[in-house]
Design a protein around this ligand. Sequence first.
Ligand code: ATP
Length: 910
Amino acid sequence: MTKQTPAEPIRIATNGADAPAGSPLTEPFTLTVDDVLISLGASRTGLSESEAIDRLQRHGPNRLPSSARRNPFLRFLAHFNNVLIYVLLAAAITTASLQHYIDTSVILAVVIANAIIGYIQEDRAEKAMDAIRDMLAPQTTVLRDGERRAIDTADVVPGDLVLLEPGERAPADLRLIEATGLFIDEAILTGESVPVEKSVDALARATPIGDRTCMAYSGTLVTNGTGRGVVVATAENTEIGRIGGLISRVQTLTTPLVAQMDVLARWLTILILLIASVLLAYGYFVGQLPFDEIFMNVVGLSVAAIPEGLPAVMTIALSVGVRAMARRNAIIRHLPAIETLGSVSVICTDKTGTLTRNEMMVVTALTQAGLFAIEGHGYDPTGAIHPSPASNTLAELGRAAALCNDAALRLSGSTWQSIGDPMEGALLAFSAKTEVDISGWSRRDEIPFDAVHRYMAVLVEAPDGRHSIMVKGAPERVLAMCKTQRGDGADVPLDQDYWQGEAHLIASKGQRVLAFAMRDATVDGFGSDQPDGEFTLIGLVGMIDPPRPEAIGAIEECHAAGITVKMITGDHAGTASAIGQQIGLRNPTSVLTGADLDARSDADLAQAVLDTNIFARTSPENKLRLVTVLQAHGLTVAMTGDGVNDAPALKRADVGIAMGVKGSDAAKETAVLVLADDNFASIAAAVSEGRTVYDNLRKTIGFELPTSFGEAGAITIALILGLALPVSPLQVLWINLITGITLGLALAFEPTEPGTMQRPPRARETPLLDATLGWHIVLVSVLFVLAVFGIGAYATAKGYPHALSQTLAMNLLVVLEIFHLFFIRNIFGTSLTWASAKGTRVIWTCLALIVPAQFIVTYWSAAQQVFGTRAVSVVDGSVIIAIGVAFFAILEAEKQIRLSLSSRAGPVHE
Ligand code: ATP
């Protein structure tokens, strides 16, 4: 763990005497650290903010040019590239050749309207995806004006001093100036997946890119250790930029279910074409009908039956879902996750920052002199200590807290903020309250914190030149390194049991406990030394991190939704249990630690994972094992993570969730969902939206298919029985045109149904088109056919001309579709509520288009000529509405009976 020192220069290469400071350097790996800094006009304390702004203007943002979007016209044309549309186009060409120009134009209108909707929607979806990508814009920690700052990676400029930590990707090409146990995975650049150890030594000019150990190239991933590097090239001047940029991750707007429906729609098309050809042959050869007439009938049938709008509407439902989730801070990185989210049955979540606020404050300190209560607000470095600290050991604790620390406190307006780890910010505030003086102390080396070892150590030099090592970390880790404890005068042997007991006591109040220890050192660096058993314990601190109030509500919501919430934390068992209690986890007193997990066989663990909801002091390997064991029970597991080592568990989980704020790049890249605000409540929101999207997909299918089948069924029966057609082919085309582009679309925008989060999760393997939905499709199709023939019989009984009979049937079909739409909005509850009757804005916009259009087609003489319609009397109009009401009543009664039967039989797994 030795800090690398610069070697002798091998060759000094500059960009030429007149190169402006901050221009990308050629071959910076051949320069010593000092020469690189000089050439770039940079320093070890970073650029000044004004210089950085100036350089940003000169060099432009550190972003690779995004690949150009396809020509809009070509994108529009792509919407015609679909088997369903080919059939419609073929029908248009044939009708035109038969000189049925009106039919041709209506078919073309259907096709073009579909393409326009598809195009607009795709455009909106792409924009939404772009916006989401911006929400995920990576951040980089740099030093500016000597202070740590988290900035957008796009704002990084040549000369910036970047701080590297495990899990982060290098934001630009960096010449390393410090490397502490730093390993970088350069697979993205060299294909070599074994991480390379880095140093700061200058190298020979001929060194190939994979061996340039003093460089961290843009896009490569830090797997271990920490480092600092000065930016030598940004954007397209980086190595990755030069080789054509990162393979841009293209998000295709499809999921397994949509793909399934796409296939189903194609098979349906083929089936419909087969039936149509049989009917054509039958009508022509057996029925002896003129070809022209029978052909038009068959065209009407095919257009009616082909669910041309279905794939588009399903895609729209998904993209509406993606946007709804993004509004609720849950960013979908991988579209199929939307479907999986709806079936999540267990959520395994971190504690710190997800269930708690990650706003820490030290409230307790314990040294041999006793227990101290620390007062104050947030990160404000002022506050009283009770009893008043006359203790040297408390001052020593305060010093260690400040020196073994990478954070900084900054006053922003009137509030103090922590720059860096909130826990370390809290330690700085605590240190300031002890009024200890740390001026003149300097850090010589460090062992950075990592979640596996759970401690951090620094080697510091006191103003008098003496060296010492200070360590802070999880009490059991630090206590294990200690032999003695700081006494009033001399050090005394360590009382392990006492400190362990006290640590547990503080933790049981929900406080996070850290222990501090130190020992003298003789060397200037850690070398290969690991902190050993020779340390002296200074004391403990306890800090609060209040639970997020919204997380409490979200956990309750999850429980109501049949989802178990489990906390998997790196923290102490006592702290985890106390927080679990505060936020309402079930069975919070039973806790398993990482060590307990390691000690159990898979068989033992199988039952324990179901009974236990809190897992403390866990390692990333424990997380992976927990996911696997839970999945073995058939559960759909969502798992959160933030560190580089969490990636395997995130990948294994059904829904891997990364933290947007404190998560590492590696975790975000593996996760399918990223939380913009790290908040547990956003997971619950995402599950609710996931369920909504799934429901809307089902509703769309449940609406579109019976519409197609009902219309097509009526025509087919008439053709087979040799009856006059109940609706003319042109009228069928018309119905398809207006309802296809309005009503069907409305379902994609349906809001969450009440009670969505009171249902148990759907089983993963449930097919989208299950028995319930299949039955609904059959029932509605049959009701459509009966209604159409029923109104035909009514018209015949009244002695109406055939044209009026067809007009009544056409209007009836539209009315039935409207009633069906209002019905299908509530598949899990009653549709007879004011909220369902009120509908949504999208629905009323559709109705505002359809109703006048129907009036025009029915009553306007010019339209009557074209569509062969007749004016409908008020009485007949009322009969149509009455049939619509009866249709709605039948469907609602059937649903209520079905729901009450299934609720008596047990929970519905819709
Ligand atoms: P969660 O997994 O719920 O986010 P966590 O933040 O407590 O919990 P880790 O970050 O893995 O999980 O920390 C585990 C333990 O390591 C902490 O409880 C603490 O004792 C110790 N620890 C955390 N951060 C540091 C640090 N910067 N320096 C020293 N020790 C630390």
